[in-house]
Write a protein that binds this ligand. Sequence first.
Ligand SMILES: [Zn+2]
Length: 308
Amino acid sequence: MERAAVPPLSSVAICGGTHGNELTGVYIVKEMQKQKTDKVGSVSITTVVTNPRALDAGTRYTEMDLNRCFTDVLLSSPVTESSPYELRRAQELNAQLGPKGSAEAVDLLIDLHNTTANMGLCLIFYSIDWITLHIYKHIQNKMSSVPVRAIQLDIPISDAYSLESVGKHGFAIEVGPQPNGVLRADIFNMVKEAVDLTLAWLQEFNSGRSYEGGTVEAYTFVRSVDYPRDSAGKITAAIHQDLQDNDFKLLRSGDPIFQTFSGETLKYDGEDLYPFFVNECAYYEKKIAFHLAQRKTFSFPSIRVKKD
Ligand SMILES: [Zn+2]
């Protein structure tokens, strides 16, 4: 495979609190602000608590989900004082860290999230991006305390709705299981380690080290599955105990997926796929019981920094 030269990655944004009740990122960012970590070697660091109003309220969001506001359409829509807070906040963040798709955007944007699902540590990204794949491989090689995986959402960048799409490169770090509004030290340490490994990788990359190409496994989103519902739209079943906590364990036709409240087991019927975000708390309102993915192998070339 070819060898690629990539411009230096000299600005990075580390964001937390995009969902106000996912606390790991909030306290990582606040600690970095307290320690005045605004530069590591050649990399300048911007840290942002992105949804302070939701954080104060202890909720995911106040008026609309901030992490669904970063599409080109919403970022360019007119806003007034009566527009939802999160839509206004998304445009502020886009002005501060982007604008999305522009030369002024931060080189790398990392947004820190938690999930109530048993997903370990996942990088979530949109386009096939060599920088993200290299960092993913690096974190996967270095971290042994937790399974490290990646999820690709195959959405054009203009329709990409989450904050990390504002950077020239970007990914979310999604770590769980952690209940909303709760901090767990083990999860905190995992995210801190992943952030530190990323910052160290960026410094070495900028200083001219070349990184060999290779392959990584990642999961690509296929579809979502909703809970069974009655005619009034109320759920009639819970995630089956055999599926609960078994994110990324291959789901085959005939495997139990739901247990109705009357005690009946409902089985999966479809192609073999990998479930993730199983029983994510925030997805009840989105009518999602779990997502399904395929596992794919992604290749990436050797890279080094482009010197002018
Ligand atoms: Zn989140």
